[in-house]
Design a protein around this ligand. Structure first.
Ligand code: PLP
Length: 393
């Protein structure tokens, strides 16, 4: 039966209707290897007469079920899971980049992606260039004959800028580069980059896809041939998910649409509250008319996401006091789970950057990133209001 809605896809997409022993849920296949009955079966496998799983590093049935579900949600041909988002990103980049190549990265990408691009890729003779702060025409001006990858995050973190997907795709087509979008922040509920011509979507499945702050995983989704090439690299590098993590992810994804729809609504309510508060200097949320990319966001996103960034009209120490006064959000790295999380970006995600680098990226000492969970919006807003009053009387 065909179905298309994000919640139906999240629950049923990609999974076999009938599973081993009539189990309703896909079991955890906790095994390292998959024996052959006899040499005849092995030889039939070798000649391609039969296809089956042979060894854990090349796939696991629980993992394959989670991959099929993700491919269904992103409307891609194939998906591949990894041990972490960074494993998905680095393995994909290393598949398409070789010595002498050039790659473009939107500058506000996850700091470890950025560091990998600027510090690690040059060791392999690959030149990585940042596209500073997104503005129209920027990517087209910077592509070269040897540009093989264009990498962006949509939305970016923490300012939630929305690089223009159609511009990225046009630039990629012009130079034959693979266009990769890290869509962790958007999730397939709010954005499906493949529908706009992007070649590959990567995720830190640790965030919204898993959704419960209890697993680390990554994923890439795209055309079968490209994903197969990445799988070959994964077989060398070994950043595979474990069966139990794959099960937790499969389970987490089933409530993805419910959670994200709730988080979209709560984040918009929180953003509106903060925008009207006298102790808040500025709010970044793509659902607000005041966000510089609100119009682009409306073009690409069906929901504006669960992260709100804001700057307090306060010093670094006062901002720290505000965070300490919160009762609901935990002070923790990561985002996208059922528990709200908060960070003072300059001293957490961006603490490895120099003050000058932070300034160039617009990360002030009073910038706060809030990832809303699935708590009741009124409770969250009351907590923010109380903490602001306590920290900034
Ligand atoms: C946008 C984005 N991409 C990738 C990653 C890396 O994912 P992981 O921590 O699962 O390796 C993160 C981690 O915070 C992220 O925020």
């Amino acid at each position: 039966m065909a179905f298309n809605g994000p919640s139906t896809l999240a629950v049923h997409g990609g999974e076999e209707r009938w599973k081993p022993e009539n189990s309703l849920t896909t079991p955890i296949f906790q095994t390292a290897t998959y024996p052959f009955r006899n040499m005849g079966e092995r030889l039939a496998y070798n000649t391609g007469e039969i296809s089956r799983i042979t060894y854990g590093r090349y796939g696991n049935p629980t993992q394959l079920a989670a991959e099929a579900k993700l491919a269904a949600l992103e409307k891609g041909e194939a998906a591949l899971l990894f041990a972490s988002g960074m494993a998905a990103i680095t393995t994909s980049l290393l598949t398409f980049l070789s010595r002498g190549d050039h790659a473009l990265f939107v500058d506000q990408c996850y700091w470890q992606t950025r560091t990998f691009a600027l510090s690690f890729l040059p060791r392999l003779g690959i030149e990585a260039e940042l596209i500073p702060r997104w503005s129209p025409g920027e990517v087209e001006r910077r592509v070269r004959g040897n540009t093989r990858v264009i990498f962006a995050e949509v939305p970016t973190n923490p300012h939630l800028y929305i690089p223009d997907l159609e511009e990225l795709v046009a630039a990629g087509r012009a130079c034959g580069a693979v266009v990769i979008v890290d869509s962790t922040m958007a999730t397939p509920v709010n954005l499906r980059p493949l529908e706009f011509g992007v070649d590959l979507v990567v995720h830190s499945a640790t965030k919204y896809l898993g959704g419960h702050n209890d697993l680390l995983a990554g994923a890439v989704v795209g055309a079968g041939e490209r994903v197969a090439a990445i799988k070959e690299t994964q077989a060398y590098l070994g950043g595979i998910p474990d069966p139990h993590g794959a099960y937790l992810l499969l389970r987490g994804i089933k409530t993805l649409a419910l959670r994200v729809e709730r988080q979209n609504e709560t984040a918009l309510a929180v953003a509106r509250f903060l925008e009207g508060h006298p102790k808040i200097r500025r709010v970044w949320y793509p659902g607000l008319e005041s966000h510089p990319h609100h119009e682009v966001a409306r073009r690409y996103l069906t929901g504006f996401g669960g992260v709100v960034s804001f700057e307090l009209a306060a010093s670094a120490a006062e901002t720290g006091r505000f965070i300490d006064a919160l009762h609901i959000p935990y002070l923790a790295s990561s985002f996208g789970g059922v528990e709200s999380l908060v960070e003072q970006s300059a001293f957490t995600s961006f603490c490895a950057f120099s003050p000058e680098e932070r300034r160039a990226l617009g990360i002030s000492d009073s910038l706060v990133r809030l990832s809303v969970g699935v708590e009741d919006p009124d409770d969250l807003i009351a907590d923010l209001e109380r903490a602001l009053a306590e920290a900034l009387p």
